[in-house]
Design a binder for this molecule. Structure first.
Ligand code: DGJ
Length: 737
């Protein structure tokens, strides 16, 4: 619910357990008053209500400019701005900087009007949360000298605790302006000895959780790689000192965007915290002609008063219900086998059919043909951009191969890397200027490839033509959209000098548009995004694909931390997870086949190995693993996620639990990483159950509260890398006393 109190000039957004409150000070300045546990104020126009504007501190020195104009600068530099602008006196981190045609930099955004409406408008060209029921508040602020208007948008979905923000600016002035910086969200709070939580990593080590004290100065999480990246993640949270999985406070921000971003936490001179999130201002500058509008992407804000667990569940529910659109989001995904780790580039029709035959026998449902099927692609140094079938490898082309796979009762999926071009390709020989490049410089290669300049519509159209032609030619039911390098040499010869700063964002918009075209023309297609593993695992991509390849590191133990960090924000049903061969190709570790299966259950399940070469003993386990995936898949898709223990913290074992929404059923996924010889058993304190209900575990009965407060004893003594799934089933609902 969203309300505006005319007497106090206060806006209040309420979600089931939180409130977000803003107010107008001095008739001009939009200030942030409160974000946190729900405040049951009666803030409607008629009721006598509590006035929270004292929290804007306008009665403290420095007073508002109408009372103390000589200290206007001090006011601007200490007021809790809802959407701070740069250049006019607020020296803290700004959200927006605009340069006039005269080269001057400075904005003062003043409240002009607002609108509260039922529903939520789409964000033109950008991924965004959707559906309903929901309410939206639009606040229009304006800068008189430039005629620039900033429209701040806030939406809340019924039954969900997230607050969704975005910003668009309209140039109502007579001259073009240059947007040098436009972030999507800002949060102002008094510092309460916060800690900062962010996700960091590298290729094959994505999204590890990091928690550190909020030190003086600024802490930055960012990507300048043109993708959300393996390294930092477009997410930042301030945590109270006592924050755990089950208690304490978390203020989180997550960005619905897949390109460069910045998230910054700034501890100010007054010991307040300003947190901002948006498109990275470096390499960004957007020229806005009179009458034009620029839409910045959406940011999702979540406050939790019950620790990280509640924060995660709020994100999961929001993304499941209001971000992912694919019809597969509520469906069991086909169990796939991907030939990448099985064959790399060395495969042909015969090999693929052999793989498929053995896979079909084991109950696997889809063959995904990965990199290497097109052009002259015998290794990673050539042919990206030449999207025609290599008939030397695949005689009879795709129609023949797909028919053979379908005959085995299996679906067929294919890999593309549409955003790239190899210098050794017919496409590059014909259009060398189609690669991103800076005048007079040889662009940097990465993995032997360059990046296609998708900001040029003719390039994007060409690529769409290639993709759609292939997809129309055969019964292809799945696409893995890969992207294997960061963006460098951001320049082209088409846009004028004062628009070169638009290329990165135009590129991102073009990727979104390509995926939109794809899922619109092929509505039955299951799309999986990927970027050298999980380099572009972000909410933006989820809008187009219901699942994303999580990491190229398929080692069951390495995956524990990668998946824990990913699960922090993303529903498990979006996380691509496969059983691969051992010794693991990335880390060389050998783990039991059963453990690899259990770890891969935490996502969209599949195999990535040469099934014709693994041992009979391992092959024999596959049908049972698939049965387990099918059994737990509805629970994993729809249930609530609870993290019970983290290998990151305890260095010994990993444990999470999924509980059905009605609390009647749960499954606990346990992996013993290091066997501790002196331990006879371990107490697992479960969460999320009905405390009065009776549950059965391995034929024994427990009350929900016994399982949650006292814990379940796991008596078996495990060896290293052993794992199991424990089922918790409600047998009898005890009467409430
Ligand atoms: C990177 C992906 O993450 C892998 O799964 C595989 O598709 C390779 N690219 C192929 O080049």
């Amino acid at each position: 619910m969203i309300t505006f109190n005319q007497k106090t000039n206060v806006f209040q957004l309420d979600t089931p357990t939180t409130s977000y409150i803003m107010g107008i000070a001095d008739g001009k300045y939009l200030g942030h008053i409160y974000y946190g546990k729900k405040l049951e104020l009666e803030l409607d126009a008629n009721a006598e209500s509590f006035d929270p504007t004292y929290l804007l501190r306008t009665e403290e020195h420095p007073f508002v400019p109408s009372q103390l104009i000589r200290e206007k600068l001090s006011f601007l530099d200490s007021f809790p701005m809802e959407y701070p602008s740069g250049g006019t006196g607020d020296f803290r981190e700004s959200c927006i900087n605009v340069r006039t045609a005269g080269g001057q930099d400075g904005l003062e955004l003043i409240y002009k009007s607002h609108r509260i409406y039922r529903g939520k408008d789409p964000l033109h060209g950008l991924p965004a949360t959707w559906g309903g029921p929901c309410d939206t508040l639009e606040l229009t602020l304006c800068d008189m000298p430039t005629g620039l208007e900033a429209v701040l948008s806030y939406s809340v979905f019924e039954g969900n605790d997230a607050v969704i923000r975005s910003v668009k600016v309209c140039n109502n002035g007579p001259e073009a302006v240059y947007i040098d910086k436009i972030l999507s969200a800002c949060l102002e709070m008094d510092n309460e000895e916060f800690q900062l939580l962010s996700l960091h990593g590298a290729w094959a080590r994505e999204r590890h959780m990091h928690i550190q004290p909020l030190a003086a100065g600024s802490h930055v999480v960012e990507s300048l790689r043109g993708i959300s990246s393996h390294v930092d993640h477009p997410f930042l949270a301030a945590l109270s000192k006592d924050c755990t999985q089950t208690g304490g406070e978390a203020y989180a921000m997550h960005f619905v965007y897949s390109g460069n971003f910045i998230a910054k936490a700034q501890r100010t001179q007054y010991d307040t915290l300003r947190m901002v999130l948006g498109i990275h201002p470096e390499h960004f500058c957007w020229k806005l002609e009179p009458g034009e509008t620029f839409q910045a992407p959406e940011a999702v804000l979540v406050y939790s008063d019950a620790g990280l667990g509640k924060m995660s569940r709020t994100f999961h529910d929001l993304y499941r219900s209001h971000l992912i659109r694919s019809k597969y989001k509520d469906k069991e995904r086909p169990v796939l086998i991907n030939n990448w780790e099985a064959t790399y580039f060395q495969f042909d029709t015969k090999k693929l059919i052999h793989l498929a035959e053995e896979s079909a026998k084991a109950g696997i449902e889809m063959l995904v043909m990965d990199d290497g099927w097109f052009g002259n692609r015998y290794d990673e140094f050539r042919s990206l951009g030449d999207w025609t079938v290599n008939e030397e490898k695949l005689p009879g082309g795709l129609p023949y191969l797909v028919e053979q796979i379908n005959r085995l009762g299996m679906k067929f999926g294919i890999w593309f890397e549409p955003e790239m071009i190899s210098p050794d390709s017919d496409l590059y020989r014909a259009h060398p200027d189609w690669a991103l490049q800076l005048k007079g410089r040889t662009p940097s290669l990465a993995r032997g490839q360059l990046v296609l300049d998708l900001s040029r519509p003719e390039v994007a159209d060409y690529i769409y033509g290639c993709l759609s032609r292939i997809l129309r030619a055969a019964n292809i039911e799945y696409v893995k959209w890969d992207m294997n390098r960061g963006l460098s040499d951001i320049g082209n010869s088409c846009l004028p000098p004062d628009r070169q700063g638009e290329i990165l964002h135009r590129y991102m918009l073009a990727v979104y548009q390509l995926q939109e075209r794809l899922v619109t023309e092929f509505p039955d297609l299951l799309l999986e995004n990927c970027s050298s593993g999980g380099g572009r695992f972000d909410p933006g991509m989820l809008y187009y694909s219901p699942q994303i390849w999580c990491s190229d590191d398929t080692d069951a133990i390495e995956r524990l931390q990668i998946q824990e960090g990913t699960q922090l924000l993303y529903p498990l049903s979006t996380i691509g997870a496969h059983v691969s061969d051992c010794p693991n190709h990335t880390v060389g570790r050998t783990t039991p086949f059963q453990t690899r299966g259990i770890v891969a259950l935490a996502g969209t399940f599949g195999y990535e190995l040469d099934i014709t070469k693994i041992s009979e003993e391992e092959r024999a386990q596959i049908p049972a693993q698939i049965a387990a995936y099918k059994k737990y898949s509805p629970l994993i898709r729809e249930g609530d996620y609870y993290r019970i223990a983290s290998y990151r913290e305890n260095h010994a074992y990993d444990c999470y639990e999924i509980v059905a929404k009605d609390k009647s059923y749960a499954a606990v996924f346990f992996v013993q990483v290091h066997h501790t010889p002196s331990m006879r058993s371990r107490r697992l304190k479960l969460q999320g159950l009905d405390k009065k209900a009776v549950y059965e575990v391995d034929g024994r009965s427990y009350t929900g509260e016994a399982l949650m407060y006292a814990g379940l004893l796991r008596k078996r003594v495990f060896g290293d890398f052993e794992a199991e799934v424990i089922e918790i089933r409600q047998v009898d609902k005890a009467q409430e006393k």
